[in-house]
Design a protein around this ligand. Sequence first.
Ligand code: ADP
Ligand code: MG
Length: 398
Amino acid sequence: MKYHIKRVDEFDLKDQRVFLRVDFNVPMENGKITDDTRIKETLPTIKYLIEHGAKVILGSHLGRPKAGNKKEFSLSPIAEKLSSLLNFEVLLMENPTGGEGFKNILSQLKPNQIILLENLRFESGEEKNSQDLAMQWAKYTDIYINDAFGACHRAHASIVALPSFVSKRGMGFLIDKELKMLSHLIEKPDHPYAALLGGAKVSDKIGVIEKLMDLVDLFLVGGAMSYTFLSAQGIPVGKSRIEKDKLNFAKEMLNRVHARDKKLLLPIDHVVAKSIDNLNDVKTVHQIPDDWMALDIGPQTQELFSSELTKCKTIFWNGPMGVFEKEPFSHGTFNIAKTLAHLKATTIVGGGDSAAAAHICEMAHHMTHISTGGGASLEFLQGDRLPGLDILRNPRRS
Ligand code: ADP
Ligand code: MG
């Protein structure tokens, strides 16, 4: 039996109350949204629902609110932003379940209004996948649509318990796009195929490295992760960040790469500093001195990686090449992003920080796809089942 997830355009939506789970977990500073990509990415689904006469109820989490600091995590700035993007009235409910009289509000909803529930994590049952909480939403939900790809790896009440009570359930256009793009990386990708990996830790990425081992022709490794690999080969890395308990994994991986006639390239020069906060003392070296730490790949490594990437037809990028948040250590990441941007290859970016880096250097719109789900995209690629997708699957008759 084949399994199929229904997409929003496969439902009859007229006058139906649609609970749309979105991922509006956007970065904020002092109450202002600093990157609205996640909001913009859900607009196609929201617009489709509006155009087809649905009564739209949006639900999202934001951050990790604890009791007492609710104001800071209110969706109020998001309601405002959404309203200006859609040119629609967005009614923010104070209560994440809608509260008393919500059915009445819904029945009187005007055609130019949609509803946004307050931060779902204000309800303690959300993260506990509470059936009772989900039942409160289910009472007024005719159709449940999930478009929150970035939250699909979490078994929370609005992701798993709620759709289990609603027989008409499916996905929005964003999840559909994510699944198509990420599937391309594991099903018949064009070769040569490279994985460009970086970021903070080897340990975060072991699952995906294991999976990619059978798929890619080439690994290019930068970021903090590369110093564990260099150290595993006995190359001095000074005070660079390494994971001692992953040295054996790194060694074993290097052996497996060679046994399979694949390539794994590591940085050949580095931008180093005495500490991450000492920006006056930054230099480029081929050998990392004892008291220094490597915080970015150097210009020769950028050239080496770029010339390899130029030969590829498929590239998966996860993890920045250095501490891109600080200008002196941002060049490696931004220059590699520029290289990717100018290629004809399929370029897919996964990982929250890599996506942020691509946006900051204004290369994001040149990539084939930037996943909106950091953790969720890695879990999907490494073959884990995402609970939020599993619950949407219905057997296909044929
Ligand atoms: P992603 O979110 O794209 O999966 P990660 O979360 O794994 O990426 O890693 C991002 C972090 O890695 C960034 O905050 C960056 O500063 C850090 N990082 C990258 N290179 C280094 C390095 N050489 N030393 C220390 N930290 C690094
Ligand atoms: Mg990250």
